[in-house]
Design a binder for this molecule. Structure first.
Ligand code: CP
Length: 305
């Protein structure tokens, strides 16, 4: 049975039951045979509207749309009339007047997309490409696709998310999706002051020490320090941070023997993750990137279909 399909994808928490599972199944089918979908949304138009820098998310939405036969327009806020003082809502309404089918938005403020979705006419779909520290639903989906593909025992897994949890939209969306998919044990570990908020921490195991957190885990996802959101917080220098909170080969030895290493990117090598771990045999970081295209194809297809 087809699940209820929402008009927009703003976050994991508000997606209707079964919709996210449907997207994951569809993404896996698309990955098997991408050519079958090359005209699925022919003639339709996607606009990427990005108020923050991005490599993976922006480019993979563009490639996903092109692989569905769509046309794509990319707008960086830094090159637009935003520089002349135009508000986000006015910018969105202006773009909506040109009749795109999908608008993908990244914005530094938590919850910035809700007014856009409320203003969208029927047939125009808003997709969240990351808002502030709140939500990054397509990152959560591509990470779940990677886990479902790589871990035969999924969801019977111990998954550790470690690093700057406080400022990470990846943590919020990722943990919400892992809980929803029934992952057996979710562990969190963060340096003092960078812990996740109470909602994320509900129903997970919290560790103050990375070595203990890593004991026996099947998957570890490392997150970078979000310097752009620290607002004056004191953080140890890179070398000290790496010694205390970085994933090194020696530390990884505490995890299960085939523990997968994940990172949503961009990485700060030698800070939260050592280069030989990021490039090592247990790393699936580039698989996450590849799955990002199929996941975003599936999101667009599911919303438009
Ligand atoms: N993971 C992620 O959102 O990467 P970008 O900032 O490069 O899009």
């Amino acid at each position: 049975m087809r699940p209820e399909v929402p008009d927009h994808l703003l976050d994991i928490e508000s997606a209707p039951p079964g919709f996210l599972e449907h997207v994951l199944d569809l993404a896996a089918r698309m990955r098997e045979n991408p050519a079958n979908w090359s005209r699925a949304q022919e003639g339709r138009l996607l606009v990427n509207l990005f108020y923050e820098p991005s490599t993976r998310t922006r480019v993979s939405f563009e490639i996903a749309a092109l692989r569905l036969g769509m046309r794509v327009v990319n707008i960086a806020a830094s090159d637009s009339s935003v520089k002349k003082g135009e508000t986000l809502l006015d910018t969105f309404r202006t773009l909506a007047a040109m009749a795109p089918d999908v608008v993908v938005v990244r914005h530094p403020e938590d919850g910035a997309l809700a007014p856009l979705a409320a203003a969208a006419a029927p047939g125009l779909h808003v997709v969240n490409a990351g808002d502030g520290s709140r939500s990054h639903p397509t990152q959560a989906l591509l990470d779940a696709l990677t886990l479902r593909t790589r871990c035969p025992g999924f969801p019977a897994l111990k998954v550790l998310v470690a690093g700057d949890l406080r400022h990470s939209r990846v943590t919020r969306s990722g943990v919400a999706l892992l809980k929803r998919l029934g992952v057996s044990e979710i562990r969190l570990c963060a340096p003092p002051g960078l812990e996740a908020g109470p909602r994320v921490s509900e129903g997970v195991r919290y560790f103050e020490d990375l070595d203990s957190a890593l004991e026996g885990v099947d998957v570890v996802m490392m997150l970078r320090i979000q310097h752009e959101r620290l607002a004056g917080m004191a953080i140890p220098d890179s070398e000290t941070y790496h010694r205390r909170w970085g994933l090194t080969r020696e530390r990884l030895g505490r995890a299960a023997p085939d523990c997968l290493v994940m990172h949503p990117g961009p990485m700060n090598r030698g800070v939260e993750i050592a280069s030989d771990v990021a490039d090592g045999p247990q790393s699936v970081i580039l698989e996450q990137v590849a799955n990002g295209v199929f996941t975003r194809m599936a999101v667009i297809q599911a919303l438009l279909d």
